[in-house]
Design a protein around this ligand. Structure first.
Ligand SMILES: Nc1nc2c(ncn2[C@@H]2O[C@H](COP(=O)(O)OP(=O)(O)OP(=O)(O)O)[C@@H](O)[C@H]2O)c(=O)[nH]1
Ligand SMILES: [Mg+2]
Length: 332
């Protein structure tokens, strides 16, 4: 399925129904008083966060969303019917902005969280409201109020506890498939993963956490090279980054260079990303030449004050240690 994380849509709440001008007509009552009922309220437009939708794809096909108008009032003091609210389902993690000034109106980060984005107009009063002792036959009623309308910009930023970053082919998707039920495509060519994937990890008796696998980053991604850095927004809200390094293939055989290149891209995206705790892990130690080099790399990182965790996403060696570290870091 196509992954869409931005959409601009137009929403319009319903107008209130018109109030009615009417006079009572009954046998033997020659001049009945006014009995025009009120108009009903127009429907509101409401966003609701759901786990049923994972992307904003639906909004690419449907841009206009309108709630129904309230019914008009009628004689015999009958109030017009109020229109039902229009509820629009969006994935959890959707940020709702005013499309004109990009002001954030709401951030729907919990299931079933709702936000009324446009209020329906209230119904107009019928003439029955306007009778006074000096004016017993009001021949007027109110129109209903207009419903609110506006252009809205929806932006989805996935919610996860841990984001996996690294060069293409580092083994990010292999890692997530190993520790969760997520099954992104895995292949030995760069940019296999084109959209983010979420997985739920249950490790020992710690509370489960959500991990996000995103497309690989490369040097110059902030200038649009490769897949660019736009999808970093899906790990923007994580509390921890898992940085996977792979030194098994040219031209990325220098772990430290890998590490700094990726962090430079994070910095270009948003320097606050560097403030997140990062667990740095060296993958593919099942390959003899990687295992051999690993010791040296670990020592080199240690000198810079960083713990490098060697592991193999394929055999599972070293995985437990990484998961333990993740669990203790996010529960700090
Ligand atoms: N030998 C070995 N190969 C691995 C290991 N982990 C991943 N691979 C291989 O490395 C290649 C890339 O793995 P992916 O998991 O698709 O890498 P990725 O980081 O998700 O790549 P992109 O989606 O392109 O960014 C695949 O051929 C995997 O089988 C490992 O621990 N050992
Ligand atoms: Mg991948």
């Amino acid at each position: 399925m196509k992954f869409v994380d931005e959409a601009k849509i137009y929403i319009k709440a319903g107008h209130g129904g018109r109030g009615c001008v009417s006079f009572r007509r009954e046998k033997f009552v020659p001049r009945g008083g006014p009995d025009g009922g009120d108009g009903g309220k127009g429907g509101d437009v409401i966003f609701r966060a759901t786990e049923k939708h994972r992307t904003l794809l639906d909004f690419k096909y449907r841009q206009h969303h309108m709630a129904k108008n309230g019914g008009h009032g009628s004689g015999n003091n009958r109030t017009g019917r109020s229109a039902a609210d229009l509820e629009i389902l969006v994935p959890v993690g959707t940020i709702i902005k005013d499309a004109e000034n990009m002001e954030v109106l709401a951030d729907l980060s919990q299931v079933d969280q709702v936000f009324v984005v446009a209020r329906g107009g209230i119904g107009g009063k019928g003439n029955a409201h306007f009778a006074t002792s000096t004016h017993q036959t009001p021949r007027f009623a109110q129109d209903g109020m207009d419903g609110e309308e506006r252009w809205i910009f929806l932006e989805l930023k996935l919610l996860a506890d841990v984001g996996i970053i690294g060069f293409p082919n580092a083994g990010k998707s292999t890692f997530i498939s190993r520790v969760s039920a997520a099954r992104p495509k895995i292949a030995d060519y760069p940019f296999t993963t084109l959209t983010p994937h979420l997985g739920v990890v249950k490790h020992s008796n710690a509370e489960s956490f959500v991990i996000a696998d995103i497309p690989g980053l490369i040097s110059g991604a902030h200038e649009g090279v490769g897949m660019g850095i736009k999808f970093l927004k899906h790990v923007e809200r994580t509390s921890l980054l898992l940085h996977i390094i792979d030194i098994s293939a040219e031209p990325y055989t220098d772990a430290w260079k890998n590490y700094t290149a990726i962090n430079n891209e994070l910095d270009c995206y948003d320097s606050s990303m560097l403030a997140k705790p990062q667990i740095v892990a060296l993958n593919k130690i099942d390959l003899p030449f990687v295992r051999e080099k690993a010791k040296k790399e670990v020592a080199l990182f240690k000198k810079k004050g960083i713990i490098l965790h060697p592991f193999s996403a394929v055999t599972g060696e070293g995985l437990d240690k990484i998961l333990n570290k993740i669990v203790t870091t996010i529960n700090k």
